[in-house]
Design a protein around this ligand. Structure first.
Ligand code: NAP
Length: 297
């Protein structure tokens, strides 16, 4: 079997068209979704992530309030800016780009964000709501994974899902989202990690394998059954002298061999990656609708 490639760029582009249309309709009602963005310091990777997020907002008509603060910014100044955004009716979502420079208390800053504007879905109030199945902002990468499965026509309900990785930003929220008694969930989920005794025992019986380990070749073809659906969240740099930058990006899955066994597979890059920013835009639009008293799914 040769797998159908799940094109994350295309799914993300389709979703952004839908969001752009939705934003245009909201504007007709006088509602302009707004995202407050805070970047502290000069980290080049963080700068490029933030620029990509701001550009994505602009492209679909979301207002973005962009704040670049120096690495010398104090905790008090940062907290005051978050507080100002909490009170600002033009801001529906607040994004503090992590990691913060040394000396700043990340947990304190994230806790200070109004849960109603926590479009990253990391605030404990939103995490708790997600676990008990209440309406909440869902964290962007796991939510993006579910959208990829749903929009590829993969049946999640009743599926045996094995997640490799238990981080707070990917593995744990994804497991919680997939076990909900809701559409595009109702799966039977196993979460594996470095203390799992026999990873292959679990992956071999899975209908859907989601790799989020951050290590190349964590999932190889011999670990999977024929026809499995494979979602690769991993992003790893490996040295490659043929590339201008001296490296290339690979996922956690041995893509070339696994694609001959799977029914669906996501590539890296171009799979889960493009979905993350799209889901941030989705949450910001959802937040604007909630603030305006418009019913959301
Ligand atoms: P993380 O915090 O480092 O967590 C990795 C998890 O994988 C841990 O739970 C670890 O187990 C487990 N693990 C590592 N090696 C393993 C192995 N050989 N067998 C079984 N379990 C193993 O990473 P993360 O933040 O979740 O990110 C995971 C990957 O996704 C990274 O490559 C990251 O760059 C990528 N990512 C991509 C996006 C995107 O937008 N595409 C977003 C977020 C993350 P222990 O808990 O036992 O240590």
């Amino acid at each position: 079997m040769t797998a159908q490639i799940i094109d994350g760029k295309q799914v993300a582009a389709d979703m952004r068209v839908e969001l752009k249309e939705e934003v245009a309709k909201l504007k007709e009602k006088g509602i302009v979704p707004g995202l407050g963005v805070i970047l502290v310091g000069e980290d080049p990777a963080s700068k490029s992530y933030v620029t990509a997020k701001e550009r994505a907002c602009e492209n679909i008509g979301i207002y973005s309030d962009n704040n670049r603060l120096s690495a010398e910014t104090s905790q008090e100044e940062l907290m005051a800016l978050v507080e100002k955004m909490n009170k600002d009716p033009k801001i529906n979502g607040i994004l503090v780009q992590l990691l913060l420079p040394k000396g700043l208390n990340e947990a304190e800053v994230l806790l200070a964000i109004d849960p109603a504007k926590d479009v990253d879905g990391f605030h404990p109030v939103n995490v708790g709501k997600m676990v008990v199945g209440e309406k909440a902002f869902l964290p962007c990468t796991p939510h993006g994974v579910i959208q990829l499965l749903k929009r590829s026509g993969v049946t999640i309900e009743g599926a045996e899902v094995v997640i490799v990785g238990r981080s707070n930003i990917v593995g744990k929220p994804l497991a919680n989202m997939l076990i909900q008694k809701k559409p595009n969930a109702n799966a039977t989920v196993t979460v594996c990690h470095t203390r799992t005794k026999d990873l292959t025992y679990h992956t071999k019986r899975a209908d859907i394998v989601i790799a989020a380990a951050g290590r190349p070749n964590t999932v190889t073809a011999d670990m999977l059954k024929e026809g499995v659906v494979v979602i690769d969240v991993g992003v790893n740099r490996i040295e490659d002298a043929t590339k201008k930058k001296g490296y290339r990006l690979v996922g956690d899955v041995d893509f070339e061999a696994v694609k001959e066994k799977a029914s669906f597979i996501t590539p890296v890059p171009g799979g889960v990656g493009p979905m993350t920013i799209t889901m941030l835009l989705y949450n910001t639009v959802e937040s604007a609708k909630r603030a305006a008293g418009i019913e959301v799914d």
